[in-house]
Design a binder for this molecule. Structure first.
Ligand SMILES: NC(=O)c1ccc[n+]([C@@H]2O[C@H](COP(=O)([O-])OP(=O)(O)OC[C@H]3O[C@@H](n4cnc5c(N)ncnc54)[C@H](OP(=O)(O)O)[C@@H]3O)[C@@H](O)[C@H]2O)c1
Length: 225
């Protein structure tokens, strides 16, 4: 069986991706902060779940030690961990930035750090990093200064891995969604024009396309309608 590792498995897009890839006959390795006892229907959400209470260096190293013991052949690691907040540079505050840095960037970096040797040993593997359309369109997504800054670091992470000749067998997709049609967004913006919003299913289809195309070493994936 082929496996896909999904972070943010308890979130809107992460749980939709888990359902999508289970249906596509993947084994889904769910990674999240929550105690599995507090996740509804965990047994139907993913094939195996690993709790990482804090995504720091030591916990992520432990995570891959445990995954190695199970010898899962992982086709792709997909990052749907993240957080959002609104601010502009004029009301920048360190606490918000620090929170988003942790949710969007550091958690991704620590998993990536320990997933790289796993992929090198397998001689293959894909990273699917989730950035945001806001990183290319600051005017359209104004007042998301700290969020966009931390997502821009994800772009840098993807480009750094792409440039590293020691990681040749590893393929990378950098996805940059616009607003996604999630329950949280629908409730938060009931009057917005949702026609330009992207369905989680469409994101999953594009990710699967990338994973299946072994000749595609790097792709930036946009979802603008
Ligand atoms: N929704 C959108 O419109 C949109 C647009 C562009 C990009 N994105 C990106 O797409 C991804 C998924 O979005 P979503 O709407 O599904 O978000 P969501 O529903 O808020 O889910 C976020 C997930 O991230 C996890 N998480 C939060 N902080 C974390 C941390 N410090 N370390 C590890 N995991 C953490 C949460 O886990 P817990 O259960 O442990 O809290 C949750 O599973 C995010 O990266 C988001 O930035 C979303």
């Amino acid at each position: 069986m082929k496996y896909i590792l999904i972070t943010g498995i308890t979130g809107a897009v992460g749980s939709a991706a888990a359902a999508y890839f289970l249906k596509a006959s993947y084994g889904v390795i769910g990674v999240g902060r929550k105690n599995p006892e507090n996740i509804q229907h965990i047994e139907s959400l993913c094939t195996d779940y690993f709790q990482v209470p804090v995504f720091d260096d030591k916990n992520c190293e432990d995570l891959f030690r445990k995954i190695s013991q199970k010898k899962y052949p992982i086709k792709a690691a997909v990052f749907f961990n993240g957080g959002f907040d609104m601010n502009s540079i004029q009301n920048f505050d360190f606490d918000t930035f620090n929170k988003l840095l942790d949710q969007n960037y550091l958690s991704t970096v620590f998993i990536t750090k320990y997933c790289i040797p796993y992929f090198i040993q397998q001689q293959s593997g894909c990273f699917i990093f989730t950035s945001a359309a806001a990183t290319d369109q600051p005017k359209r997504f104004s007042h998301t200064f700290s969020y966009t800054a931390t997502k821009t670091l994800i772009n840098h992470l993807a480009l750094t891995l792409r440039a590293d000749s020691a990681l040749e067998g590893i393929r990378i997709a950098l996805i940059k969604p616009t607003t996604i049609k999630t329950e949280a967004n629908i409730n938060a913006m009931p009057d917005a024009d949702q026609n330009s919003w992207i369905e989680p299913q469409v994101i999953c289809e594009r990710i699967q396309q990338f994973i299946d195309d072994n000749n595609n070493k790097f792709e930036e994936i946009f979802f603008d309608k």
